[in-house]
Design a protein around this ligand. Structure first.
Ligand code: FUL
Length: 707
């Protein structure tokens, strides 16, 4: 881990020496003899060899399997019965086959989640597969995973939760010995491990050997990370360490499990000090340590399998968005599969990820800029060795570089004939440091340059998207950088339209809006329950429907006659006559506007509990309520603990439901709570706790269930 200046210097020196050797060989082979002294000196922190190899993996899988799989929980308490674990059809080869076919390079398995249950027969606890009915206690999921990875040429990674809600000694020094013993087992007995994942969720309530209490630890000091890291690196010298919280590791979390890292994304952090959300999400421009971003997200809303999510598997458009927002934003993508209780990946998840792989291939297998003539406004020392052609030669070890004094320059690629494209990709030679701060992409159309996109950082890989353009040339114009430019690769691509099921929303007035994923397509819809086909009503803009409407819509590409899967939305009663009681803040309307991207907040000036009262306008027959937290990233005020009341007169309230929204902090999606049917005119959602233990409460939407 580049956790000290000393280490950084060592890495730089090592890197410089490596570059020197390679350049000398290259130079002796083809040119004269002074290239080496002209190569740009690495600027700022650079990746270690392990980080570099990791960065090149780009895309790999997470698998979540534990006792939670059998209890329908997000987090086990630690007292769940080991006898529940029985994945009768478990087939790690199925997981590996799917991952391989999807284009992934490795799999990280949850060897132990927060509940403490071990997927391998650890000799340090009874809370493991060895006491489960699966394979009569003779099974070892980690072993089967390791063998399957080997067979399919995938790398193996391990998730080991530092927090253990089962252990009686959690919170005491003895637990650290236990934790390290387990680490030693995992890092010794299963071959090469490419990544170790130390989850940041730490301390809280738990079983703790029967104590059933809350135990807090100091996540910076309790695990003595420095020595734990030493052990990890001794056992697996080629590993990279992921750690959210505690001591800085090789890789960083991006502050969200939603599947994106900032458009500006520096692979740098400071080696010491706190790392608030914006540093995680955007990196630190002048950070003194190389700590690149790994975007972890699940193919379903939750990490563990829940049957209720079988219809919520992310489809190609969402996964493509994730792709552009992770790999396209200088991050690596870690995509999770929740394993079913029978031990397999669900067929819907399989189809989705394979379709996603095909869509990535369709978009990025033909680089229209490859080997095309390229020129640059400045070339380092005027030397061919650093010429523009190095960025289009399909060799990531050669690069276009500018003179030391030149931090803004352009690179032009000549397609030769008018060429259709809608994506542009650029890569810095990050072994020389991350430098670019701002750039634009321009296309030459009918003799005039048109700006197609602009961006900030580039890093290992940056992809920008724009509407399809037909142009004879494309130009990458870097307008600002920390030091001279070192660009290893550029690419221009034509990504065919993705025919995704469109989004259908309804505002408070009852107006329906249909939004396609791809602006370049046509929408057909029905409101009478019939299947939409080309020839049904063509969507021209928002329209009004009364009652509890059923909207079915598709997206259509007239060029190929292909159509998207259908969106089928059944809305509950209209919220037209609803009123938010007790506030005259106009912005409160965001709660009822049907738009998940707008939100209202209250509570800053109050103390928990914070109430939201709504007058439904007339008595309704209720069987539940739905809450969508603020989908924004800044202080969303997510309700964690709630009480839900109903009333006829807004004075006498009856409590009909209360509890916690599990894992809502990391997965702030729609929460649907059902209760025994009741009649009422007023509803009250009382926030008793938010995820940050502050008083702020945010709401994107609130709805009721009458169906
Ligand atoms: C989170 C955990 O709490 C989730 O359960 C999941 O394992 C995810 C990958 O990390 O912090």
């Amino acid at each position: 881990m580049p956790d000290s200046k000393f280490k950084n210097k060592t890495l730089k020196i090592r890197k410089i020496s490596k570059t020197c050797v390679l350049t000398t060989i290259f130079f002796l082979w083809c040119f004269s003899g002074h290239a080496q002294k002209n190569a740009p000196v690495p600027y700022g922190p650079v990746p270690s060899e392990n980080q570099m190899k990791w960065q090149e993996l780009q895309y790999y899988a997470f698998v979540h399997l534990s006792l939670n799989t059998y209890t329908d929980q997000s987090w086990g308490f630690g007292n769940e019965d080991v006898k529940l674990f029985n994945p009768t059809a478990l087939d790690c080869r199925q997981w590996a086959r799917i991952c391989k076919n999807a284009g992934m390079k490795g799999i990280i398995i949850t060897a132990k989640h927060h509940c403490g249950f071990c997927l391998w027969p650890s000799k340090y606890t009874d809370y493991s597969v060895k006491n489960a009915p699966w394979k009569n206690g003779k099974g070892d999921v980690v072993r089967e995973m390791a063998e399957a990875c080997k067979e399919y040429g995938l790398k193996l990674g391990i998730y080991l939760s530092p927090w253990d809600r089962n252990r009686a000694d959690y919170g005491k020094p003895e637990y650290i010995t236990y934790f390290r013993n387990q680490l030693t087992e995992l890092l010794t007995n299963y071959g090469p491990i490419f990544e170790i994942w130390f989850d940041g969720a730490n301390g809280g309530s738990g079983y703790y050997g029967g104590a059933n209490e809350t135990r807090m630890i100091d996540r910076k000091t309790y695990y003595d990370w420095a020595n734990t890291y030493k052990l990890v690196r001794k056992l697996q010298p080629n590993i990279v360490i992921w750690n959210d919280g505690g001591e800085r590791a090789d890789l960083r979390w991006v502050g969200t499990e939603g599947g994106s890292v900032g458009e500006t994304n520096w692979s740098l952090l400071n080696a010491t000090g706190d790392v608030p959300y914006d540093m995680l999400h955007y990196g630190v421009e002048n950070g003194d340590a190389w700590v690149p971003a790994e975007v972890n997200t699940s193919i379903r809303p939750e990490w563990f399998y829940h049957r209720s999510e079988d219809k919520k598997v992310k489809a190609v458009p969402q996964l493509m968005d994730t792709y552009y927002n992770s790999i396209g934003h200088n991050g690596n993508l870690l995509l999770n599969f929740p394993i079913m209780p029978n031990g397999l990946i669900h067929p819907t998840d399989e189809k989705s990820v394979l379709d996603f792989g095909k869509a990535v291939k369709a978009a990025f297998s033909v680089n229209l800029a490859k080997n095309k003539p390229a020129t640059a406004s400045n070339v380092r020392a005027g030397s061919k060795e650093f010429g523009a052609g190095n960025a289009t030669d399909d060799n990531k070890n050669t690069y276009w570089a500018t003179d030391d004094s030149v931090k803004a320059a352009s690179l032009t690629i000549d397609f030769g004939t008018p060429t259709k494209f809608n994506r542009f990709l650029a890569q810095e030679h990050i072994q020389s440091g991350q430098r670019v701060k701002a750039f634009t992409v321009e296309a030459l159309v009918n003799g005039r340059w048109r700006e197609m996109a602009k961006g900030t950082t580039i890093g290992y890989k940056r992809i920008v998207s724009f509407l399809t353009v037909k142009a004879t040339k494309v130009r990458l114009h870097i307008t600002d950088a920390k030091a001279c430019l070192v660009i290893a690769n550029v690419g221009a691509y034509y990504a065919p339209p993705i025919l995704a099921a469109p989004a259908v929303t309804r505002n408070q007035a009852g107006e329906i809006t249909v939004t396609p994923a791809d602006k370049e397509s046509v929408i057909y819809y029905t409101t009478n329950g019939n299947t939409p086909v080309p020839g049904s009503k063509k969507y021209k803009g928002p329209f009004l429907v009364d009652g509890k409407p059923e909207i079915r819509a598709i997206v259509y590409d007239p060029a190929t006659h292909k159509r998207s899967p259908e969106t089928h939305e059944k809305f509950d009663i209209s919220r037209k006559s609803w009123k938010i009681v007790g506030t005259d803040d106009e912005k409160a309307g965001a709660i009822l506007d049907g738009d998940p991207s707008t939100a209202w907040h209250q509570g800053k000036d109050k103390k928990m509990p914070v109430d939201l009262v709504i007058d439904l306008g007339k008595e309704e027959s209720l069987s539940g309520f739905r809450y969508l937290p603020d989908q924004g990233q800044w202080g969303p005020g997510i309700i964690a603990g709630y009480e839900f009341y109903i009333s006829d007169n807004a004075t006498d309230w009856k409590l009909v439901s209360h509890g916690e929204f599990p894992n809502i902090k990391n997965n702030p999606l729609w929460q649907t709570i059902k209760f025994a049917r009741e009649k009422a005119r007023y509803i009250k959602l009382r926030a008793v706790k938010n995820t940050e233990n502050s008083n702020e409460v945010g709401y994107a939407e609130l709805d009721i269930v009458t169906l």
